[in-house]
Design a protein around this ligand. Structure first.
Ligand code: C2E
Ligand code: MG
Ligand code: MG
Length: 659
């Protein structure tokens, strides 16, 4: 009968699954290839675990049989049979013992399982020959031995292959057939009873094998599912940090065993927090999901990008032939962000920076590899979105330096190493000092005076900025209490400080403790803070304004220079960045900017401070274009708190006012 082609493929697939030990051929739920391979690995590992014992038993049994048939007419044949089986069993046992790996494989191919089934069949067939060839002419004792050996082999085989029904069948079926032939040849009615016994015996055995193997397969599947969950990031379905660490460990193991080099690529998304804050968390999640799928498409087939943190991804590139291969993948990652991401009807742009380490060149422990990848990524991020950086030795030094600075800074307040200096604002209309900007200094015991441009970023990265910022505001308010009523103090704030809503309470408390009016305190913020990176910034600033605290926009012109920011908050002052003041007398465009900012601010009823005034010409020009206030080395460098009161009535200053 001809089978339809559909039927034929179904049958082929059924037999392929059957001989691969796939439990779905026996009614277990269908599995994917990876799962089936994993189940085979577990089945195989159990069988290989017994293999030496099984083969020794085979060899011993063969020898016992040869001895039992010593006086039978078939003794020569029996001896040859026994030698062949014993030698083959020992050889096979040794070979399978050697093939057991140190680490259990996670996947075993169908072909390997086919081999196992075939070997089981060959061994079973060898034992199936025994009752056919030797039973009839054996003595009563020999027959007893043959009966015992055949039953023993049936039970032993079923036990050894208890998790692989097809192998159990392949091994026991020839023995059953041999017994059947042997029994059918003799007319003794007692043999009918023996045949019934063997059938009952066989069906109980096989039934036990089926039940056991099905529950074994289900147990493995549950275990694999559980392990998958532990290793998978639920949002992007990529491997998570745990899985990444395992991959890294495995790569390091291979490096140690065979010298196989590898690379680790560490990625950090460049605008993720902003996307989250601006468009909300569901959009942020969707963004991550789309990023994950784009990244995964850039890698080699067998390698998986892992999501190891909020917006951090990583990839282990095994068996690296050339560093350029890692660079190529990193560049593909960067290019994957070229197109915007369609999210909730919007087109959102993203970018990533990538740090690359090569093992063993840049490290051969998980800690070193990841620390150096982090360092390379740090440099890439600093260079701007979409940058790829390899780790370099110099990075290591810079990173150690940064770490040392971080740990020193942690204790700086307690050790009294921080202090404030104050730089005056000069009102050009009234020719008087109207206030001072508090500028933070760190007197490091060995490094000397560390500038804020070096340690403020470190404080921001580590979160120390909150503690430091609070100290600054308390110190500035306390100092302000000693100054005349009409003098204000301006305090710089980092964007990160507005991440902590407790800052409002700290400011209120500092003002209350120092018993100074909130109107004498000014907060200096930069444009970057208004980019809504911190959702709470606007509400905190508004609450401060309600209290009577004023807010100045610092370094105006250096950030995004969008005048729309001026509408976001009722700023009392704009501070034009010193770069414009420095160049305004030599570059006409700088002068134009300064002039137009001043006239715009006047229209908006906002005061303007020119920062970084160093020469009398600059001061004169600013006077001409009606700048409200100036600040800079010409008027005074930042001075200590003690020097402030002296400065307030210096003759030198009066001379400048009068100029
Ligand atoms: P900023 O707020 O723009 O401060 C002005 C900076 O310009 C100060 O540098 C000041 O010493 C310097 N400067 C003033 N007049 C002149 C001049 O005529 N010529 C030149 N070349 N420079 C002048 P400093 O003290 O090194 O502070 C740098 C930055 O560090 C500040 O820029 C501010 O952003 C930050 N910073 C300082 N103290 C604090 C603080 O307590 N908290 C926070 N978050 N940041 C601070
Ligand atoms: Mg400032
Ligand atoms: Mg400034």
């Amino acid at each position: 009968m001809l089978l339809g082609s559909g039927m034929r493929t179904q049958l082929t697939s059924y037999f392929a699954r059957l001989f691969a030990g796939d439990m779905s051929a026996f009614g277990s739920p269908a599995t994917d290839d990876a799962m089936a391979g994993h189940i085979r690995a577990e089945q195989m590992s159990l069988v290989l675990g017994y293999s030496v014992g099984i083969m020794l038993a085979n060899a011993c049994n063969a020898i016992v049989l040869a001895i039992a048939l010593w006086h039978s007419p078939d003794w020569k044949l029996a001896l040859i049979w026994a030698v062949v089986v014993a030698v083959a069993a020992i050889a096979f046992g040794l070979q399978s013992h050697a093939s057991r790996r140190i680490t259990k494989p996670q996947f075993v191919s169908r072909r390997a399982m086919h081999r196992l089934v075939r070997n089981a069949f060959v061994l079973g067939a060898a034992w199936g020959i025994v009752p056919v060839a030797f039973f009839a002419d054996a003595s009563a004792g020999g027959q007893l031995v043959i009966t015992c050996l055949c039953s023993g082999m049936l039970a032993g085989g079923a036990l050894a292959f208890a998790t692989i029904p097809i192998a159990a069948i392949a091994f026991t079926a020839p023995i059953f057939v041999g017994i059947a032939i042997c029994l059918s040849r003799d007319g003794d009615p007692a043999y009918v009873l023996v045949a019934i016994l063997v059938v009952v015996y066989g069906s109980v055995l096989l039934r036990a094998v089926f039940v056991n193997s099905l529950s074994f397969a289900r147990r493995v599947m549950r275990q694999v599912e559980a392990e998958r969950t532990v290793r998978q990031d639920p949002l992007t379905l990529l491997p998570n940090r745990f899985a990444f660490n395992e991959t890294l460990d495995a790569a390091l193991k291979r490096l140690a065993l065979s010298g196989e080099e590898f690379a680790v690529l560490l990625l950090d998304l460049d605008r993720f927090k902003e996307i989250n804050d601006k468009f909300g968390h569901p959009a942020g999640d969707e963004f991550l999901v789309q990023v994950a799928s784009r990244l995964q498409r850039c890698t080699r087939a067998a390698e998986h990008v892992a999501r190891i943190g909020g917006d951090e991804f990583a990839l282990v590139m095994a068996n690296l032939a050339r560093p350029e291969d890692a660079l190529e993948i990193a560049e593909r990652f960067v290019a994957a962000f070229a197109e915007p991401f369609p999210i909730e009807g919007r087109e959102i742009l993203g970018a990533t920076s990538v740090g690359i380490v090569l093992a063993p060149r840049d490290g051969n422990t998980p800690l070193d590899v990841m620390k150096n990848a982090d360092t390379a990524l740090y440099r890439a991020k600093k260079a701007g979105p979409g940058t790829v950086c390899f780790f370099e030795e110099a990075d290591d030094k810079a990173s150690r330096d940064r770490k040392a600075l971080q740990s020193d800074l942690a204790g700086a307040i307690a050790r009294n190493e921080l202090f404030l200096v104050f730089q005056p604002f000069l009102d050009l209309g009234e020719n008087r000092i109207t206030g001072f900007e508090a500028l933070l200094r760190w007197q490091h015991p060995s490094r000397g005076l560390v500038p804020p441009s070096e340690f403020i970023p470190v404080a921001e990265e580590t979160g120390l900025i909150h503690e430091i910022g609070e100290w600054v505001i308390r110190r500035a308010c306390a100092t302000l209490a000693d100054w005349p009523e009409e003098i204000r103090v301006a305090v710089n704030f980092s964007a990160a400080q507005f991440h902590n809503t407790g800052i409002l309470q700290s400011i209120v408390q500092a003002l209350a403790d120092a018993k100074v009016s909130p109107s004498r305190l000014e907060i200096e913020i930069t444009e970057s803070m208004l980019l809504s990176k911190y959702g709470s910034a606007a509400s905190i600033l508004n609450a401060l304004l309600q209290l009577g605290v004023t807010v100045a926009l610092d370094d105006f012109g250096t950030g995004f220079s969008s005048l729309t920011y001026l509408r976001k908050l009722p700023f009392s002052r704009i501070k034009i960045d010193q770069s414009f003041i420095r160049d305004m007398l030599v570059q006409p465009d700088c002068a134009a900017i300064v002039k137009s900012v001043i006239s715009l601010a006047r229209d908006l009823n906002i005061d303007v401070v020119a920062e970084g005034v160093e020469t009398a010409d600059q001061l004169e020009y600013l006077r001409q274009i009606s700048c409200d206030e100036v600040q800079g080395y010409l008027i005074s460098r930042p001075v200590s708190a003690d020097a402030v009161l002296k400065l307030l009535d210096t003759k030198k200053l009066r001379a400048i006012f009068a100029a």
